[in-house]
Design a binder for this molecule. Structure first.
Ligand code: ADP
Ligand code: MG
Length: 666
């Protein structure tokens, strides 16, 4: 048994349905765990209140009667059962087909709700036969079109009963240490628990394995990076770097300087750099990126700066052009809206080394693009990139250094375990002179006061962002929301102010035009979905209004808020929601991204926060980094010990083979 189609009962149609939910291999299938379990056991009827859910078995007293309820287009069956000398009335909707089996004297089990006054159980389920004395634990799976949970379970049992080889990734020493049960047995228990106790043992073991593989992978890659003999050790004069820094129009904050120092050390060393700069929105990460590009240029290598959106690419390009005007460094912008002819000529200039700094979007990983000597890759807002994209880019250079920027700070306690393969520098101090953004959460019925405070800001000559709720990228409905809001504001403000909107359906050229009109101060209000979430910098914007704020995660709201308060004017953030909840109130009080992410982490779980799920580099189906944090710490200790003691034993080779198949890096 090797492929899904080898399992009895799986034909082309089922195969197709499985694929749709991401089950492509037998391994995927057996790790498709139940969504929940229900425990079925006999209720103690002497201890039941009116309206309670009950499970009861007994003997059918007489053949059911069928009653038509034409109004509700329903058929109801009613019958009676006896149980322990008590009689209960049973009624059930839409179970008419059961009448054939329900004869006087049949044994049945009823699951439903008990109406004590009428001594009637309204049955959700009627099963033939009596209950066993032991509780039954039943698995409930996420629904898959065309395949019942029972069939899924049967397929899995079939695999576990066959000779299909299961690879246990927990090293044997560790299995012994914790007295872990066998993997095949654990999988059986997860899919068909025989008792709660053995289910728990199976769960613990399987969570351990997931976390072990996860942390092994991170540490393994870190080891590989640190032992990469192809990394470049740079030669540059520190004094040249500081000359550049002295010529900036502002003084770097101490945290920015520390980052630059970290990066210089990384670049000088003969280890490959893999560093994450994390800092709140507006903390000044871009300049650190630019300085790194400059250092890389001084040492004779090309830099690629990749950002998630075209708007951001334009903005970085403009900033870089200003910054490097007096220096010999050649810069180009490479995005999908550049025409073919220009693109070809740019490709040529890049491949023959005429260009030193390439700024762009995904275009930077186009297959046709060949770099001359790519030494450094910088990704801005790195959590927006999938792992694969980052790797495509890495594969372009020989073995370039990597610098990532993220505005989603990670709570200190978790950074280590999540980004264990990266070194992390943090920017916590904000540039001097910044005023804190004042945040107000208001109900959407309070729109009048909103309009008047918007007017006040615009009369001061300031600009405003408005965020319409986005359901999903490219979603018709989201675009409608944007357009509807634009119309509403146009009516409210008459033609006193200029209002424009950007959304996913616009061509990049159109979008850029609208953005640059906003940047130049020609537009008063810019309405959009979250496209401006990442990185846009318009210091004259003093207010951001976010509609349906309760639909966004805290970190996202905080990022959006970071679009204002970037100059030295007092700025405002208005969160509009139907209901004001604790999360929105937390944002009113707190302006610190690190604190906010910690709060988010505690209240929402890690998924939204770290992009772990979307990036696909985690295989955590059962374990949860937040809920199983103490287990994670124990596993981390075990992994560290294992990696330092066990190079080249069989268990290690098994794990590293697995990692190399995933191939995150080289
Ligand atoms: P982010 O970390 O969100 O990417 P940016 O790099 O866009 O933030 O910086 C926000 C603004 O702050 C920019 O206008 C930038 O020029 C300015 N800035 C950055 N560092 C400093 C500093 N040390 N002093 C004053 N202004 C700074
Ligand atoms: Mg930025």
């Amino acid at each position: 048994m090797n492929r899904l189609s080898d399992i009895p009962g799986i034909g082309p149609k089922t195969l197709d349905n499985l694929r749709k939910v991401g089950i492509n291999t037998i391994d995927d299938l057996i790790h498709f765990y139940p969504r929940k379990y229900s425990i079925i056991m006999r209720s103690d009827m002497s201890n039941i209140n009116n309206g309670d859910k009950v499970t009861i078995d007994g003997i059918v007293e007489a053949v059911p009667t069928i009653i038509n309820i034409p109004k509700r287009k329903l058929k109801m069956i009613i019958f009676r059962i006896s149980n322990n000398r008590n009689i209960y009335n049973i009624c059930a909707f839409n179970l008419v087909y059961l009448c054939k089996e329900l004869r006087s004297g049949s044994k049945v089990t009823i699951i439903g709700r008990y109406n004590k006054i009428k001594n009637t159980i309204e049955a959700n389920e009627v099963r033939m036969g009596l209950l066993p004395n032991e509780p039954i634990i039943e698995s409930k799976y996420h629904s898959i079109t065309g395949i019942s949970g029972n069939s899924i379970n049967k397929f899995i049992v079939n695999v576990l009963d066959s000779d299909y080889e299961l690879i246990d990734f927990i090293p044997s020493d560790i299995c012994n240490k914790y007295n872990f049960i066998e993997k095949r047995y654990a999988l059986r228990e997860l899919h068909n628990p025989s008792s709660i106790i053995s289910y728990k043992r199976a769960l613990q073991r399987s969570k351990y394995e997931e976390l072990f593989m996860y942390l092994f992978k991170i540490n393994y890659f870190k080891y590989k990076i640190n032992n990469d003999d192809k990394a470049i050790s740079r030669k540059f004069k520190k004094s040249d770097v500081f000359k550049f820094i002295d010529n900036l129009s502002f003084k770097l904050t101490s945290d920015q300087l520390k980052c630059v120092e970290d990066i210089m050390l990384d670049l000088k060393s003969n280890k490959r750099m893999n560093r994450l700069i994390q800092g709140d929105v507006g903390s000044g990460k871009t300049i650190v990126a630019m300085i790194s590009a400059y250092i890389n240029y001084l040492s004779g290598y090309q830099t690629a700066l990749m950002v998630p959106t075209e708007i951001l690419a334009n903005q970085h390009f403009e900033e870089a052009s200003k910054l490097f005007k007096r220096y010999k460094i050649n810069i180009c912008l490479l995005t999908s809206s550049i025409n073919k002819k220009d693109k070809i000529s740019l490709y040529k200039k890049i491949s023959n080394g005429e260009i030193d700094l390439i700024i762009g979007t995904q275009s930077l990983i186009q297959e046709k693009l060949i770099y001359n000597n790519l030494g450094l890759i910088i990704t801005d807002e790195q959590h927006r990139f999938g792992v694969n994209q980052r790797n495509d880019l890495k594969n372009k250079g020989i073995h370039p250094d990597v610098l990532s920027m993220s505005a989603t700070p990670i709570p200190r306690t978790y950074a280590l375990s999540l980004y264990g393969d990266m070194d992390v520098s943090s920017i916590k101090t904000k540039p001097v002179g910044r005023k804190e953004v004042i945040t107000n959460a208001i109900k959407d019925s309070d729109i009048k006061s909103l309009l008047s405070s918007m007017k006040k800001e615009m009369d001061k000559g300031h600009q405003i962002y408005v965020i319409a709720p986005m359901i999903s990228e490219d979603d018709e409905e989201s675009i409608n929301n944007v357009i509807k809001l634009e119309e509403k504001f146009k009516i409210a403000f008459k033609s006193l102010y200029k209002i424009e909107s950007v959304h996913g359906k616009l061509k990049p050229i159109e979008k850029n035009k609208i953005m640059s009109r906003f940047e130049n101060g020609e537009t008063n209000i810019l309405i959009s979905t979250t496209v401006i979430e990442v990185g846009v910098n318009v210091p004259n914007a003093s207010m951001i209004v976010i509609f349906n704020a309760n639909l966004f995660g805290l970190s996202t709201l905080h990022q959006l808020r970071g679009r204002v308060g970037r100059g030295n004017i007092q700025s405002y953030c208005v969160l509009v929601a139907h209901e004001l909840n604790d999360r929105l109130k937390m944002l009113e009080k707190c302006n610190d991204g690190f604190e906010i992410s910690e709060y988010d982490f505690l209240h929402r779980g890690e998924g939204d926060l770290f992009g772990v799920k979307q990036s696909g580099d985690a295989v955590l189906r059962l374990a949860n980094i937040r809920k199983d944090y103490s287990l994670l710490l124990r596993v981390k200790e075990d992994v560290d010990k294992f990696i330092s003691n066990n190079w080249n034993n069989d268990d290690f080779i098994k794990l590293s083979n697995y990692c190399n198949n995933i191939d995150l890096l080289d």
